[in-house]
Design a protein around this ligand. Sequence first.
Ligand SMILES: NC(=O)c1ccc[n+]([C@@H]2O[C@H](COP(=O)([O-])OP(=O)(O)OC[C@H]3O[C@@H](n4cnc5c(N)ncnc54)[C@H](O)[C@@H]3O)[C@@H](O)[C@H]2O)c1
Length: 335
Amino acid sequence: MPHTSDAPGTDTARASVPRPAPQDVRTVACVGAGVIGGGWVAHFLARGYDVRAWDPAPDAEARLRRLVDAAWPALERIGLAPGASPARLTVTDTLEEAVSEAQFVQESAPEKLELKRELLAKLDAATPAGIVIASSTSGYPMSDMQTEAVTPDRLVVGHPFNPPYLIPLVEVVGGEHTDATAVEWASRFYEVAGKSVITMEREVPGFIANRLQEALWREALHMVANGEATVREIDRSITEGPGLRWAFMGPMLTFALAGGEGGMAHMLDHFGPSLKSPWTRLDAPELDRALYDAVVAGCEDASDGRTIADLVAERDQGVIDVLRATGRLPGTGAR
Ligand SMILES: NC(=O)c1ccc[n+]([C@@H]2O[C@H](COP(=O)([O-])OP(=O)(O)OC[C@H]3O[C@@H](n4cnc5c(N)ncnc54)[C@H](O)[C@@H]3O)[C@@H](O)[C@H]2O)c1
């Protein structure tokens, strides 16, 4: 049962501040500053927030600043909020310094359940009571991660997509011990911060989009493992095919059109029986050394000499072009 009280935590060691209105948030903390945490930092900076970041890796600050610098040209192209600046990023020496004055916390540490449990408990202890803490987890239900926290009522999942500074979607869902008001608050906050939010009523492992992505990835790995398709062919099959439609119309409505004038009903009558044909492999393939090496080598081949930085720049421009072409370029979000 979700907690129904919105009373702040009772831990007296923790400063108590009222939860601000989502539109009044000025300072955000990002804990864990790798690919996703760094992407969040870039997003919040571009939206005009003060950002405090903490990551235990010795090279984390340099890595984070490189990521923000690499993202900034794309963010300038789509428009910055008034006052937005990379100078408004503070990298702190401790987790406590990052979150002690935060009005919202985004956790983006490695996807390991024990680590998430311990870290969320630490964040819960160090963050002013009532302030919402969101996890970027790709698939763990919050109910499994909030077990060690003293005030789990303000812990939510806020699942982004890479890069969080360009892909609009965030999936928001609470756990068994999350207060419904924290879920509502987080959804509203992300919207104010320029994201497109799906608020889920119930916990589903992998949420919505990763459950779909994983099905596709599993099939791709089977094809590489069995020598049925190369990495390059798999990627082209999407970018030259269904991916073009998916950028503006999801798989369900796209399939409805495959039924012609009969729409989805005809589609189901026509292709429904073939759902049972052995096109897909329901179990994940064994990620053994040979498959690992084949996938890595295939990606190197498909990169055609482009570095990761080249591909990041290409992807960022591609996402901006698609968003612009489909009228969904996020506003500059003057808050
Ligand atoms: N990569 C993606 O496409 C993607 C997309 C959506 C969500 N996510 C989720 O985001 C989270 C981060 O993934 P990532 O891809 O950025 O990983 P990453 O490896 O790029 O970054 C993880 C960062 O966490 C830091 N870290 C290690 N221990 C920590 C601790 N105890 N406390 C705080 N930080 C710690 C590491 O130094 C590193 O900088 C994961 O939960 C992942 O599932 C990833």
